[in-house]
Write a protein that binds this ligand. Structure first.
Ligand code: TUI
Length: 313
């Protein structure tokens, strides 16, 4: 099998999701020090912020790490330049097609790993030169596609030759083992790292994830064309009510959404904030250091491989 550990020069084949506002240098360095690939999220920030975070992460770890570029960010050209100048190990991308940036990044020695949510884009980006792909199912938190991880991962694995990293709905060793059974060469987790000790989000947000049940997430933002999975609260009740209003203008709705992620992450406003989280939050029960999370995930997966010798012959 294609080896993600070798590709990224990391011990365990795991990436931390590039969660906007959440995934800053502190969390990324902790994941990289734990043997995974930590990822700094550019989110909607400017290029100076991204450069400062890269330099901060370099002070906190000697291990490789990545930067996630959210392609709807208006500063995306400048951020891509920073990634090349700083010779970051890996660029992951989300919320769009990174095609026009792939060659430039690769020439600068940056490995390019786009998130894809369908087979057509996976095939296009492999041809463009992507080093690996993240197949992200709609169980994920934040901006999502249409397909589930279970359906998406094997179809992308069959369609491309580059390694495929599974994301969406994975939070323990069972999920990791399942992803590999579907043909993935690695996993990316976001929600589980939201409650890492080193994750600097406001405590009420962490506590809400730790208390979440299976059916506590909903999808908001459909009228904008960018559906976003979040934990239910007063904000989602109001958002979904607005979405049903036929008189709603897109501008009005976008004004309503503006700043709600920051409110959750920075201010800990769990009523009016957008608490992005995957469906698997119900499985996340304790705050733990990132390195411990990673060890537990792979010890769990390895145990399943040893114990479950299924025989239907
Ligand atoms: O990007 C994510 N998750 C995100 S981004 C984000 S910030 C945001 N906030 C509010 C509204 C929208 C975004 C929060 N969470 N995950 C990766 C991902 N990428 N999921 C889906 C996609 C995607 C969507 C369309 C990838 C490619 C794509 O291509 C469209 C095209 O141009 O072909």
């Amino acid at each position: 099998m294609k080896d993600i550990g070798e590709l990224f020069d990391i011990r365990y084949p795991i990436l931390q999701g590039g969660m906007a506002w959440v995934a800053e240098a502190n969390l990324a360095a902790a994941v990289s020090n734990g043997g995974g690939l930590g990822v700094i999220a550019a989110g909607n920030a400017d290029a100076d912020y991204v450069r400062a975070q890269i330099r901060k992460a370099r002070e906190l770890t000697n291990e490789p790490f990545g930067v996630n570029v959210m392609l709807m960010n208006p500063a995306v050209d400048e951020i891509m330049r920073v990634l090349c100048e700083e010779r970051v190990s890996v660029a992951t991308t989300g919320a769009g097609n990174p095609g026009k940036y792939v060659q430039g990044l690769k020439e600068a020695g940056v490995k390019v790993v786009p998130v894809v949510s369908n087979v057509a884009l996976a095939i296009r980006l492999e041809r463009t030169g992507a080093d690996a792909l993240i197949a992200e199912g709609m169980e994920s938190g934040g901006h999502i596609g249409e397909l589930t991880t279970m359906a998406l991962v094997p179809q992308i694995v069959d369609a491309v030759d580059v390694p495929v990293i599974a994301a969406g709905g994975i939070a323990d060793g069972r999920g990791v083992a399942a992803a590999f059974m579907l043909g993935a060469s690695g996993v990316q987790l976001g929600t589980r790292f939201l409650t890492a000790t080193e994750c600097t989000i406001a405590q009420p947000y962490k506590d809400r994830v730790l208390k979440a049940k299976d059916s506590d997430t909903v999808v908001t933002g459909r009228p904008t064309g960018h559906p976003v999975r979040v934990l239910k609260n007063r904000f989602t009740k109001e958002a979904l009510a607005l979405e049903k209003n036929p008189g709603l203008s897109l501008e009005e709705y976008e004004t309503f959404l503006a700043g709600t992620l920051r409110a959750a992450v920075v201010d800990g406003d769990i009523e009016h904030g957008s608490l992005m989280s995957g469906q698997i939050a119900g499985l996340v029960k304790q705050e733990q250091p990132a390195a411990e999370i990673i060890r537990e995930l792979f010890a769990g997966a390895a145990g399943i491989y040893r114990e479950r010798a299924l025989d239907w012959s």
